[in-house]
Design a protein around this ligand. Structure first.
Ligand SMILES: *Cc1c(COP(=O)(O)O)cnc(C)c1O
Length: 369
């Protein structure tokens, strides 16, 4: 990569390939891998990432919303795409673009069947989401008979998969909870399957689930964060490579005298003479205001420079008193080396998922193939 000359998010597709291969190595023979590419493939670029994963032989994609699936279809992605949160208003968009809805409640099922029948569809693939304890979206396990009744009365839809989601798959100290979820999922899905004359796919593991519950792969698993380089624990972080590096540059350097303030509302007052650097990166780029007042930091020539004062919309200031640097020099915010996104986010009690998906479209994405 050449040195950054503006704020850029570098996406390394070689790291994506590495992570894909590592996750695949954890799968039993025949287990399919669904890549979760919602939220622009966790803040990177869903089209570029999906195309690379298709090249690598991915089995399935998942997105959160229909519009995310439409973007993939319109750029030529052919692999099946599950829409996790389809919403009634998007049914026509979903069908037009061969997207497959997650059906998570009796109401959704009735509405989707009515829509599919009105469009004269046959065997349209749907995915049944079972709630086993996350209590977000999903059928409760005692509602499965409603599903069977509704599905048996129509030819318009066919159950392509049955799935659930673990609430704390990374939390080793509460393994019991995930194990109970897995058991309840097994019972409910087996009951459903015993009443059908075909076998849908079954899946319940996300990235940490793949690492921590290898016996619960059923015949598909879903990975998001792992593909982007985080394993939610030290051991697995070492086996993965973050694909995204956020870089910026120094716009201006100031010498601040003792007692002077920096930025809005006197958010920082110099206790001694010091040097500050202003960076072209702010809360409109996804750097939460909570990183200000010394909480967040960037890395300049391998040294940590704390963010001082209040983060502005388009800029932020860092303390470079002890760092030899010049205007125009490259600055790393997070990446594979120095601070990872997970370490960076931990400064404001946040997680890798939040910071990488927060980087706004204003930040230019560049790719290494
Ligand atoms: C986002 C999401 C995933 C991906 O989880 P990771 O921890 O990123 O692997 C899997 N399943 C569902 C239902 C999700 O919403």
């Amino acid at each position: 990569m050449p040195k950054a000359t503006e704020t850029t998010l570098e996406i390394d597709l070689r790291a994506l390939t590495h992570n894909f291969q590592y996750i695949t190595s954890k799968l039993q023979k025949g287990t399919k891998l669904m890549a979760v590419v919602k939220a622009s493939a966790y803040g990177s670029d869903s089209v570029v990432v999906a195309k690379k994963l298709e090249e690598l032989g991915i089995d399935y994609f998942a997105v959160a919303y229909a519009s995310e699936g439409v973007i993939l279809r319109e750029s030529g992605v052919q692999t099946p795409i599950l829409v996790l949160h389809p919403q009634t208003i998007n049914f026509d968009k979903i069908v037009q673009h061969c997207l497959e809805p997650s059906i998570y409640s009796p109401l959704m099922l009735d509405r989707f069947i009515a829509f599919a029948e009105s469009e004269n569809l046959e065997n349209y693939p749907i995915h049944l989401k079972i709630n086993t304890g996350m209590n977000r979206i999903g059928y409760s396990t005692n509602e499965v008979n409603f599903i069977l009744e509704a599905v048996s009365k129509t030819k318009a839809v066919k159950i392509k998969s049955i799935f659930s989601h673990l609430a704390a798959s990374e939390d080793i100290e509460n393994r019991d909870f995930a194990e109970k979820q897995i058991n309840d999922f097994k019972t409910a899905s087996e009951y459903l399957m015993s009443k059908l004359d075909y076998s849908p796919l079954r899946h319940t593991l996300n990235t940490s689930g793949i690492f921590n519950f290898p016996n619960a792969q059923f015949n598909m698993v879903r990975s998001g964060i792992g593909l982007y380089g985080f394993g939610n624990c030290e051991k697995e972080n070492k086996n993965l490579r973050p694909i995204a590096t956020l870089k910026t540059i120094i716009s201006q350097i100031h010498t601040i005298r003792k007692g002077e303030s920096v930025g809005y509302n006197f958010g920082f007052i110099a206790e001694k003479e010091m040097k500050t650097a202003t960076l072209p990166l702010g809360h409109a780029d996804g750097i939460n205001r909570a990183y200000g007042k010394g909480n967040g930091f960037v890395t300049i020539h391998g040294k940590k420079a704390p963010m001082i004062g209040n983060i502005c919309m388009d800029m932020l200031m860092v303390d470079i008193t002890n760092i030899a640097c010049e205007e125009g020099d490259e600055v790393q915010v997070f990446g594979e080396k120095n601070a990872t996104a997970e370490e960076f986010a931990s400064r404001i009690h946040s997680i890798s998922y939040e910071i990488i998906t927060a980087i706004s479209p204003r930040v230019k994405r560049i790719f290494t193939y």
